[in-house]
Design a binder for this molecule. Structure first.
Ligand SMILES: [Zn+2]
Length: 330
């Protein structure tokens, strides 16, 4: 804003977003629930980009960027092996209403835990014991993100599959909702889920980028499965996620079975920059207050060529908010 900075990283005040124009004079209530965010890595990414940044703790970061933006709840994801021991102090800080008010400015902090397919090779009995301990925590709402990633193949595929099955069995035994990561592994993810998970289990296929046909088969088989939509839906390289949304909206009697998420610190919605005309360069990280831009994009996709404008960002936020409640109980 008027500053002639040479640096390509915009100054940190631009992380505090303006309200989205579709929500600015909304008279219908809405709330943002980010159903998949990596809070600690988002905060670390902030600290590494802004070494002298004003937010010194993860709580300062959340209060500074999310307060006053109708952020009602976040589902944080711990998916490293070994388990990062700080999960407990973060989760404990959300145990009482008083502490949530003081530390989180009233935002409901929830989390899921599991071992990401990239790190399957590090899955051990000790790691599993740590996850089982976390599952008993009152703020834990699911097991994930787990699954298969054949794009990067960071762990051998047979190990990814074995660890995926092992975690599914535990989660199903405990009745814990599942957060699934799958990339270029449609056939194996499908047969493993269908074999090991009861039909009525709650499943969130996070950051969806696979084919619309696969989504249709999974939605059909699992009545409590939801499609996770991140800012990746706004990218020109990805047509699949929009195709899935169009399939929902083509029939008005079909509910929009999506969950909005950021997968922060990644996946900034590209339409965000329409609202940041004065900002030079690209923001270095994504965060929960960007969700309205994803919601607005989803609404435009859902309206398609129809001229009734049945969908708007608020309706998308409301429906996915209800879905988040059904999925995670948050
Ligand atoms: Zn993730």
């Amino acid at each position: 804003m008027g500053k002639n900075k040479k640096s390509s990283v915009p100054s940190e005040e631009h992380l505090v977003l303006p309200s989205h124009s579709a929500l600015a004079d909304a008279d219908t209530p809405y709330a943002i629930v980010d159903t998949h965010t990596h809070l600690i890595s988002t905060f670390s990414s902030y600290r590494s980009k802004y070494k002298n940044g004003q937010f010194g703790t993860v709580f300062d970061f959340v209060r500074g960027l999310y307060h006053g933006r109708n952020v009602e709840a976040i589902v944080d994801v711990w998916c490293e092996a070994p388990v990062q021991k700080i999960w407990r102090s973060i989760a404990d800080s959300a145990l009482t209403e008083e502490s949530r008010r003081d530390k989180w400015s009233g935002i409901e902090y929830w989390f899921v835990m599991g071992v990401h397919p990239h790190e399957s090779s590090q899955y051990t009995d000790n790691v599993e014991a740590d996850i089982l301990e976390a599952m008993a925590h009152p703020r834990c709402v699911g097991w994930g993100e787990i699954g298969l990633d054949y794009h990067y193949d960071n762990s051998p595929r047979d190990i990814q599959q074995a660890v995926f099955v092992r975690q599914l069995k535990q989660a199903v035994r405990l009745g814990k909702p599942l957060t699934i990561h799958t990339r270029e592994a449609e056939a194996d993810t499908e047969h493993i889920l269908k074999e090991h998970v009861p039909k009525d289990h709650r499943i969130h296929v996070h950051c969806y980028t696979d084919s619309p046909e696969w989504a249709a088969r999974m939605l059909d088989h699992f009545p409590n499965l939801y499609i996770g939509v991140t800012g990746v839906i706004t990218y020109s390289t990805n047509a699949n996620t929009s195709a899935v949304v169009r399939n929902f909206s083509s029939d008005p009697s079909v509910p929009l079975r999506i969950l909005l998420e950021t997968d922060a610190p990644f996946m900034i919605p590209s339409n965000l920059y329409d609202s940041l005309k004065n900002v030079k360069g690209r923001l270095p990280l994504c965060h929960t207050a960007m969700i309205p831009w994803t919601a607005d994009f989803v609404a435009n996709v859902a309206n398609g060529d129809k001229h009734d404008n049945a969908w708007d960002a608020i309706r998308v936020l409301q429906e996915s908010r209800q879905n988040a409640r059904n999925m995670y109980g948050v």
